[in-house]
Design a protein around this ligand. Structure first.
Ligand SMILES: CC(C)(COP(=O)(O)OP(=O)(O)OC[C@H]1O[C@@H](n2cnc3c(N)ncnc32)[C@H](O)[C@@H]1OP(=O)(O)O)[C@@H](O)C(=O)NCCC(=O)NCCS
Length: 173
């Protein structure tokens, strides 16, 4: 598994994300794909890094780094309070091999050892067992049930908050 920045050649990955019924509801992936929307999405990911708002990585397989399989973001909106959030998705064909769990472990290691962020959290809807298992695989534990926390598809949805503190993380996990 490798993580890399978005490239202009990632339009097909964005098209796959757009085709998923869930991914556009909680990301800025366009719900209706066009090359113009896809290119604008890629430019936004680069602007987030240059503006200090976060890092958006493409997930790919070692040896096939050019073929994007999914995405994972480390978002720094609350960094002044010592915390950052993470979100991830895979194209439907890439699921079922714990790829997101390994990507999440890599982002956690970068956030803790590279950026010294004290607290990481992510939000998972209670039905989303694959995402909850991904969080647990990377060492996160469920901290709270937050009612009406996230606006998804114009609805305030309940989510579970999964947390990992730098002080409780062990690099070998
Ligand atoms: C969440 C997501 C990234 C996980 O992808 P993945 O790395 O391929 O995860 P896997 O399919 O290997 O599943 C991880 C674990 O969940 C389990 N799982 C997956 N789907 C499941 C389901 N419907 N019911 C119960 N368990 C399930 C797997 O058996 C696996 O268990 P393990 O830890 O015991 O091996 C992927 O499902 C996805 O992109 N979903 C849509 C976007 C999304 O929901 N993102 C997260 C938002 S919070």
């Amino acid at each position: 598994m490798v993580l890399r920045p978005y490239a202009p050649t990632d339009l097909s990955l964005i098209r796959q994300g757009s085709a998923d019924p869930y991914i556009p509801t909680f990301t800025s992936i366009p719900a209706i794909y066009s090359d113009a929307e896809g290119t604008a999405f890629i430019e936004r990911q680069h602007e987030r890094a240059s503006g200090g708002h976060g890092f958006s990585f493409v997930i790919a397989e070692h040896g096939h780094a050019g073929v994007g399989l999914g995405s994972i973001g480390l978002w720094l909106r609350e960094i002044e309070s010592g915390r950052a959030s993470i979100g991830y998705w895979l194209s439907s064909e890439a699921r079922g091999r714990r790829l997101a769990g390994w990507a999440l472990r890599a982002v956690v290691a970068y956030a803790f050892t590279g950026l010294s962020i004290p607290r990481l959290h992510l939000f998972v809807e209670p039905w989303n067992v694959a995402s909850a298992r991904t969080a647990e695989f990377a060492g996160f534990s469920r901290e709270a049930f937050l009612r009406g926390w996230e606006r998804i598809d114009d609805e305030q949805r309940d989510v579970d908050c999964y947390v990992l503190l730098h002080q409780e993380w062990s690099a070998g996990e």
